[in-house]
Design a protein around this ligand. Sequence first.
Ligand code: HEM
Length: 162
Amino acid sequence: LNSLAVQATHVLLDIVHCPPEANLYQTLREESETLLKTQDAWNSAETFNKMHVMDSAIRESLRVHPMLIKGLSKEVVAADGVDLPGGTHLAQGAWIGVPTLGIHRDERFYPNATMYDPFRFVRLREAQAEASGNGGTEAANDFDAGKPSTTYLGFGYGRRAW
Ligand code: HEM
């Protein structure tokens, strides 16, 4: 639960540090007030799935300020080590991982990569929905905060992260 506390702190700090002209706080409040009108709405996962701005603000925070700067850490346990396809030999006891922060702040994947842009994933979600021709945004969940990809590793990657 330490991870939850650390990441939730980043999310809140990113939201309050966002320049006022972005209108983020007001937009988030409006989204919540619109969707969370009744007790039933609070109890429904469906409601939270519709909070696309909140979701985007959270995903963007995990992108710019991931909990781990290096992820997927694994120790080589095979006695003879492991030979990678490129010829590199990893001896037993070596640790390997992926540079989460470097990937998250890579301009090839995210224009203005070091900037916290809370609406980044709302735009991508809408563009994907439009391109898919369904006209709505419900089907476009590739940008949900909890959805990992090779360029979004806030929760790690692979079987345990899905
Ligand atoms: C916003 C909240 C959270 C974030 C950002 C987060 C992120 C992560 C990350 C980055 C890893 C390491 C993945 C890797 O690189 O190998 C991880 C592993 C793990 N997390 Fe979380 N986590 C969160 C909340 C939680 C909570 C609430 C629980 C449990 C109730 C949890 C349980 C685990 C477990 C069990 C693993 C180890 C998985 C494994 O390697 O077997 N996480 N988490």
